[in-house]
Write a protein that binds this ligand. Structure first.
Ligand SMILES: [Zn+2]
Ligand SMILES: [Zn+2]
Length: 171
């Protein structure tokens, strides 16, 4: 969590606080799949009040899925408050071997930055290596750099400016 928070602070130039642990909402459990529906967890999160935190990133170790995807590394509400990352599938490589801790940390940071960028209204991107590329498999995730391409970087910069001015006008 500290590594993710530090990377969020650096990339988005915002303060990232680590909040108290919460239980995963059990109504998001998909009993027949043994996984949690990421969208339902996000819905639960966005119903909670975090007066000092305009964006919330949950980090969980349970396996996440969506109604149409077998699994997801993370999910976010587009241009809205909540995002989630699961490390369930980040700890091992495609061949099942445990990932070295540096690789594991890099993966969780990549997914976190990608999901938070969605909450800042960034869409997926086709530029090879860009953090906003879709990475359905662990090998795809490993191919990404920890950077946004020029176009996504530009959109992010513009959206962050707007985001910051909204935060200030709310105070
Ligand atoms: Zn995405
Ligand atoms: Zn991009």
């Amino acid at each position: 969590m500290r590594i993710v928070a530090a990377n969020l602070q650096t990339m988005f130039e915002v303060q990232a606080d680590i909040l108290v642990p919460m239980a995963i909402p059990e109504d998001a459990l998909q009993l027949h799949r043994g996984q949690y529906d990421a969208g339902l967890v996000l819905k639960h999160l966005s119903g909670l009040s975090f007066p000092h935190h305009p964006r919330i990133l949950a980090i969980t170790d349970v396996d996440l899925c969506s109604p149409v995807l077998t699994y997801v590394f993370g999910e976010a509400q587009m241009g809205a408050k909540s995002a989630i990352v699961s490390d369930f599938r980040l700890k091992h490589n495609a061949d099942g071997a445990p990932a070295p801790s540096a690789v594991y940390y890099e993966r969780i940071v990549k997914v976190a930055l990608h999901e938070i960028a969605h909450t800042l209204s960034l869409y997926h991107c086709d530029t090879p290596g860009c953090l906003m590329q879709m990475s359905p498999r662990i090998d795809d995730l490993d191919k990404l750099s920890i950077h946004f391409c020029d176009r996504c970087g530009f959109v992010l910069h513009r959206n962050m400016k707007e985001f910051r001015s909204k935060q200030h006008s709310c105070k």
